[in-house]
Structures are given as C-alpha cells and as structure tokens.
Write a protein that binds this ligand. Structure first.
Ligand code: ADP
Ligand code: MG
Length: 277
C-alpha cells in the first residue's frame, strides 16, 4: 500500500525518463501537415450576442500557444467549441486533417486526444495527491483507488514521472485538500497529463497564484512544449510574457493580433483595447 512507503524514492526509484510524455495518438488522427488545430470562420451567438465572431485559429503540432484577451473576449467559449461543449453557428473546426470536431460529441473529442483543464481546480480534496493521479487514469472517476500493488509498471512510471514533472513528488501522500491553490492547479495539470492528450487546453492556470507559483507554472508548461500541443488561455500579461511563445490576442470574439510578445506589445490595436485598460 502506498501509505506504507516513506519517501517518494521508495515508490519510484528510477531516474527521470519522461518517456510517457509521448501522447497516445488516436488511430484516425493525421497531423502530417503539422497543424494540430484548424478553426476557420467560427461564429457563435448567445441570444443575439456574438461571443465568437468569424474566428480563425491555427495551432501547429507541438506548439505552446498563448491566447490572451480581456474578460468576455470569448476565450472560454472558444475552448467550449474545440471540446464540443458548444457547437458554433458557422465555421469549420478540425483536429489534425481527419477529425471534424463539429461532428463529434464532447466525450468523443476527449477520447480522440483533446484534454482540458478548467479555470477552477477540481481535484478530489479527500484523496491524496497520488490517488488523484491514480483516479485520473480510470474511466470511472468515482471508483475507489486501486491497491498500489495492482498498478502495472507502466502505470507506476506514469504516476512517478508526473509527480516529478508537476513538482509534487515529496507531497505524494498529502491530502489534496491540504495543498495550496497553486499546488492544486499543478495537480490538475498532472491529472490532465495522465490522460495522455495530444492537445491540452489550459484555461487561466495562474489565476489567484502568487508570483513564485506563477513562475513555476510557466516553467512547467514550457517544459512540456514540443512534447504536447498546448493552448494556454490567460489574461495575465506578465505570465504570457514569461512563456514568451507565439501569442494570439482575442478581442470581441475575433483575433485582434498574433505574433511574439514584442510584436503584441507594440501593436497599436492591442495597446488600445488591452494594455491600456
Ligand atoms: N452559455 C452562454 N450563454 C450566454 N452568454 C454566454 C455564454 N457563454 C459565454 N457567454 C458570453 O460570451 C462572452 C464571452 O465569454 P467567455 O468566453 O467566457 O469570455 P472569456 O473567457 O474570454 O472571459 C461573454 O460576454 C459571456 O457573457
Ligand atoms: Mg474565461
């Protein structure tokens, strides 16, 4: 049993070999053109209000893309469309070249390899860090944790590697409810990693974090770049700067600007609607 282990090393003595970071690729996913996500001409209205307005977005395989925009810009709605929670009124949305996102349900899209971390952490407070990771592997999230001894070697490796990646190795036996807000966010990123998604959507990961936690989160996401395709939505400009990859600015449901952080910061339109706030 996990509770009888004293240190993380007793549980997972291996060196850091983050081989499991290679995602599980769905048999019908085809990314031979190197683009993982295509959104074109997407619009959606709620009671006549256009939350997304003729949106075009292309994300390359292995890219870490930051999407920023003020509150109400449509960032979460865009993620709802990608994950099948909301169907747009017009437009096309593809996952690689072969998977038409508009023709699939939310569970089918998750199954195809798009994982999502919601804005609020939803860890299982009564369970340990370890058990939370264990639970995220099982289809039935309410299932009681299996006995440690029944985990396969591969599953143990996955949990061990994830604990190291998210920086919670020493806290593997801590109750999730006792973690700081930032640590809960990392645990949830870990739970997302355990599902081995090809594309990870991360909604406002640093909201409510301390500066130090924010820096660690930037490091964590940067370390995953290239291994997974990641779309991070944030409205914290300092955080986006610290990741310093390609940035897309969303405003009133459409793309206002795209480029590196310098280009974004020097863009007149962006300064007017966002930075000048
Ligand atoms: N289900 C919904 N019903 C009605 N209005 C919605 C719904 N979802 C989002 N909106 C509206 O769409 C706009 C964009 O919201 P959202 O995508 O949450 O923005 P962001 O995540 O960028 O802050 C907001 O004005 C919001 O009130
Ligand atoms: Mg939002």
């Amino acid at each position: 049993m996990i509770q009888s282990l004293k240190t993380f090393r007793e549980f997972w003595p291996r060196d850091r070999v983050f081989d499991f970071l290679v995602p599980d690729t769905h048999p019908t996913l085809d990314t031979s053109h190197k683009v993982i996500l295509y959104l074109e001409g997407i619009s959606v209205s709620f009671d006549g209000f256009k939350a997304i307005n003729d949106l075009n977005l292309y994300v390359d395989e292995g890219e870490l893309r930051c999407i920023i925009g003020p509150n109400g810009a449509g960032k979460t709605t865009m993620m709802d469309i990608i994950t099948g929670k909301t169907k747009p009124d017009t437009g096309i949305a593809w996952f690689g070249q072969t998977i038409n996102l508009l023709k699939h349900t939310e569970p089918e899209i998750a199954e195809a390899g798009i994982g999502r971390k919601f804005q609020k952490p939803t860890v299982f407070e009564e369970h340990t860090v370890f058990e939370n990771l264990e639970l995220s592997m099982s289809a039935d999230k309410r299932a009681l944790p299996t006995l440690f001894s029944s985990l396969s070697g591969e599953q143990k490796d996955m949990i061990g590697q994830t604990l190291e990646i998210i920086g919670l190795a020493e806290l593997f036996k801590a109750r999730a409810g006792s973690l700081s807000h930032g640590q809960k966010q990392w645990l949830e990123i870990g739970m997302l990693l355990m599902q081995k998604p090809v594309l990870m959507l991360v909604d406002e990961p640093v909201a409510g974090m301390t500066r130090q936690e924010m820096e660690k989160t930037a490091e964590l996401l940067t370390s995953l770049a290239g291994k997974r395709s990641i779309v991070v939505v944030e409205h914290d400009m300092d955080f986006v700067r610290s990741i310093a990859k390609k940035v897309t600015v969303l405003h009133q449901g459409a793309i206002l600007a795209e480029g590196n952080m310098d280009e974004i910061q020097n863009n007149e339109k962006v300064r007017e609607v966002y930075l000048g706030e």
